[in-house]
Design a protein around this ligand. Structure first.
Ligand code: NDP
Length: 294
């Protein structure tokens, strides 16, 4: 058996096209142009790539994109003042502060300063708490993308056994809540979990969000499982560009899983597409319009 490869690139492109259609509609019918502000502090090369991609894709969807690049040594007070200004700006419906921030800044204080209605990364405690309480919330983009990719394989996740490996606020924890909303039965594993292979063997759905190259082996998987690999690990290559690998041993998993996301070309593609979805949703909610059809 060879697993079906879930084409994150194509699914993300289709989602971006649906967002662009809805953006065109709210512009035409309500004179509303959704706007996303991205704040980048310093010069982390991976962050610069992500921010560039967010800017390009936001504009391609017909939204307004506002980039704020601040020096590495910006003070916490100046960053908080910028966030306060973006909170007040009626042209801005989504605010994203690119993480990680330099160590001199207190990430929690910065995230807490974002207006929860504009918190398109879904990291503000109001949104995280609402999601955990089963209430409507802006949810983190990567877990949203994971659910959409899973649903490209299974129309309903009801009653399925899912394992989420990793419990970060950015990926693992919100993913668990979204899976519960889909009526899956969820196990959450982390660095202190015992016998991970045995836990994985029960799972119809496996989500790996660890940050350890190829940690999940093919023989851990239940035959036919759907595997969503969130990991992005850069492996140095002699004299060349680093190779990207996920948290799952892809070649091994191909022979056991029913469906699997590749790295790159899987979850990573969905994250920015879901950021556009969240910005559109936030813009409609702030303007008092019904939720968009995406
Ligand atoms: P974090 O480092 O914040 O969290 C990693 C989690 O993995 C922790 O909960 C940790 O457990 C757990 N873990 C570590 N080692 C093990 C182990 N040996 N066995 C089981 N669990 C373990 O990472 P993120 O959640 O931010 O990111 C995870 C991965 O996803 C990274 O590779 C990152 O690059 C990628 N990523 C990809 C995105 C995309 O768009 N595709 C977006 C965001 C992240 P504990 O809590 O006990 O320490």
């Amino acid at each position: 058996m060879t697993a079906r490869i879930i084409d994150g690139k194509a699914i993300a492109a289709e989602l971006r096209a649906r967002v662009a259609d809805e953006v065109a509609r709210v512009k035409r019918d309500h004179a509303l142009t959704p706007g996303l502000a991205v704040v980048l502090v310093g010069h982390d090369p991976a962050s610069e790539v992500y921010v560039r991609s967010k800017h390009t894709q936001t504009q391609a969807a017909g939204m307004a994109s506002f980039e704020h690049k601040l020096p590495e040594d910006v003070s916490q007070a100046d960053l908080l003042a910028l966030i306060a200004q973006l909170n007040r700006d009626p042209k801005v419906h989504g605010i994203l502060v690119q993480l990680p921030l330099p160590k001199t800044l207190h990430t929690e204080t910065i995230i807490n300063a974002i207006d929860p209605a504009k918190d398109v990364d879904g990291l503000h405690p109001n949104n995280a708490g609402r999601l955990a309480g089963g209430l409507a919330a802006l949810s983190p983009c990567t877990p949203l993308g994971c659910i959409i990719l899973t649903k490209s394989v299974h129309a309903s996740l009801e009653g399925m056994n899912a394992i989420v490996i990793g419990r970060s606020n950015l990926v693992g924890r919100p993913l668990v809540q979204l899976l519960l909303n889909e009526n899956a039965t969820v196990t959450i594993a982390h660095s202190r979990s015992r016998d991970l292979p045995k836990l994985c063997a029960q799972a119809d759905l496996v989500y790996a969000a660890v940050g350890k190259p190829e940690m999940v082996r093919g023989d851990w998987l239940k035959p036919g499982a759907t595997v969503i690999d969130v990991g992005i690990n850069r492996i140095p290559v002699d004299g060349g560009k680093p190779k990207l690998v996920g948290d799952v041993a892809f070649q091994e998993a191909l022979g056991v899983a029913g469906a699997i996301t590749p790295v790159p070309g899987g979850v990573g593609q969905m994250t920015v597409a879901c950021l556009l979805v969240n910005t559109l949703r936030a813009a409609c909610a702030i303007a008092g319009l019904p939720a968009p059809a995406v």
